[in-house]
Design a protein around this ligand. Structure first.
Ligand code: XIL
Length: 354
């Protein structure tokens, strides 16, 4: 976005929000901000619907861009770093006294075609290191944390040493993961560096296997002295699956005993397999979130809970996991009209405990 558009954006939706929330702690309390609670948003949605920015400002203390810090948006071609759209979200965050975290530097998914066309290992490594160095340096002192490596474990690992195949692993081997962390730490020695994963929260064999492989990778990185500070539990929950309360609590306790912080980074609940009644679905979804947060907080504080969106109106779940009865999914703390659901009460309860 050109800087003029950015200014217009700030003078529009976000500035309206900012006016009401120049966010002293007192104002925050009045407006019901939940300490440590944040939401993901795209710039498109923030610009299109002022209610979204207002809701984030009302309930949240942090924000994370859904798309704007991923490779495709930042890197339209090998020579360009297009920071404008992520910068506009950072401007929104600052205008509303929110912190911002970064997502994501190295992922098997969302690698631009021009990158995948690089076929020699040296150029691939140079591109990878240059991207991480440039992006982390640019946002030095501006973001609270980075998801450095996203989703490194395959969905059905057969052994704990299994890692997800990707363009990066094919070009750089398994060292792409330590390299990503070392490069990020060299560019900003103070920002919190996280590894982020999904489908490890429920009591299902494939989830338990994935958690074990994730644990093995984390342990391996720490053994190698890799600068890893935090573990992100994405928590894209499935409403029909039980949270593995004991297994998850033990995993989180172990991570904390290794000196790592635990973050909830992308919480939402897919209710496609639940029956139709909305109130019933909302209650089951809230119970799922309560089970999750209870397990995670049983061994220590949880200072960061982010949901992947805040209102059902703007959620990737509705596009990705459609309900057979064609009703919209209800995955987030606010409904499609930005009214709080029981999910938000659970967030408030655990955010206050943080
Ligand atoms: C999703 C976005 O929400 C979608 O809009 C996009 O099309 C694909 O990516 N795990 C992640 C997020 O780490 O980056 C994903 O976001 C959701 C799953």
């Amino acid at each position: 976005m050109a800087s003029l558009d950015r200014r217009e954006f700030l003078l529009g939706a976000a500035a309206t929000v900012a006016a009401g929330t120049s966010a002293s702690a007192e104002t925050s309390k009045l407006l019901g901000r939940c300490p440590g609670y944040g939401a993901a948003a795209t710039l498109w949605d923030l610009q299109a619907d002022p209610r979204l920015g207002e809701a984030i400002s009302k309930y949240c203390t942090q924000v994370v861009p859904v798309l704007e810090l991923k490779w495709p948006m930042l890197r339209p071609d090998p020579h360009t770093f297009a920071f404008e759209r992520a910068d506009a979200i950072l401007d929104f965050a600052r205008a509303n006294d929110l912190t911002m975290r970064g997502h994501t530097l190295a992922w098997y998914h969302d690698i631009p075609d021009w990158t995948k066309q690089i076929k020699d290992a040296k150029t691939a490594e140079r591109t990878f290191v240059d991207h991480i160095t440039t992006v982390v340096s640019y946002y030095k002192d501006k973001l609270t944390s980075w998801d450095v490596v996203n989703e490194p474990i395959p969905d059905n690992p057969r052994k704990v040493s299994d890692r997800r195949d990707s363009y990066w692993s094919s070009m750089l081997g398994e060292r792409w993961i330590p390299l990503a962390f070392r490069t990020a730490a060299a560019a900003d020695p103070f920002v919190k560096l996280a590894i982020n994963e999904y489908d490890i929260e429920s009591a299902k064999d494939s989830f338990i296997a994935k958690r074990a492989a994730f644990r093995n990778l984390i342990q391996d990185l720490l053994d190698q002295g890799v600068p890893l500070h935090a573990v992100g539990l994405q928590s894209h929950l499935h409403a029909e699956l039980e949270i593995d309360k004991d297994g998850l609590a033990a995993f989180v306790a172990e991570l904390r005993s290794w000196g790592l912080e635990v973050l909830v980074t992308e919480l939402d609940v897919d209710d496609q397999k639940l029956p139709g009644d909305a109130a019933q679905r909302d209650a089951i979804v809230a119970k799922c979130v309560d089970d999750l947060l209870r397990a995670i907080t049983s061994s220590g504080p949880l200072n960061s809970i982010l949901t992947w969106g805040i209102s059902d109106r703007y959620s990737w779940i509705n596009g990705t996991f459609k309900r057979p009865d064609k009703q919209p999914n209800r995955p987030l703390p606010l409904d499609g009209s930005f009214q709080p659901k029981p999910f938000m009460d659970v967030i408030a309860k655990f955010a206050k405990a943080a």
